[in-house]
Write a protein that binds this ligand. Structure first.
Ligand SMILES: [Zn+2]
Length: 163
């Protein structure tokens, strides 16, 4: 790899680590001519392509940015770090790519995201679910809220509602 500073083609790798959620490798290199350091990235060339089938039947290419945008919208003004959302995107991408080969229904992606969001923030979860489950009316929404409340852990001793 040619050094970006002095153009010499003589370097050694000093560190390698996983990048892009395990889909790539980042290498730290040191130029043996000028001693400066730079990084390179290596990724699989034949990245697996997945087509998403939307609710209306149309097909679009897999786009992780769309998942992140949906999450950000659901988490608007919630105390959630962007890193947590990026982690969900990576986990969902891993899970979906492992399970589906060529095509995936968008509802499956919604499910995978919702499942993880539920464990992170219940308000954000209900917001997200209201979009991906296409709640028709308030009853649908309330039903979902009830389910969230029912699945919440019971209050700790001393913090009960009745005593
Ligand atoms: Zn150099």
């Amino acid at each position: 790899m040619r050094c970006p500073y002095c153009d010499a083609d003589n370097d050694k790798v000093i560190d390698s680590r996983a990048a892009d959620g395990g889909h790539g490798i980042r290498r730290r290199r040191e130029c043996l001519a000028c001693g400066r350091r730079f990084s390179t990235r290596e990724a699989v060339e034949e990245r697996v392509r997945l087509t998403v089938i939307k609710n209306d039947g149309s097909r679009v290419p897999w786009d992780r940015q769309k998942i992140l945008t949906g999450l950000e919208r659901a988490c608007y003004k919630r105390p959630i770090a962007i890193e947590s959302l990026q982690k969900i995107v990576e986990q969902v991408e891993d899970a979906v790519f492992r399970k589906f080969e060529r095509e995936v229904q968008s509802i499956e992606i919604g499910k995978a995201v919702a499942e993880r969001l539920k464990a992170l923030d219940q308000v954000a979860y209900v917001r997200f679910a209201s979009v991906y489950k296409q709640f028709r009316d308030l009853d649908d929404l309330l039903q979902e809220v009830r389910e969230v409340l029912d699945s919440a852990p019971p209050p700790a001793p001393g913090q009960g509602l009745l005593f």
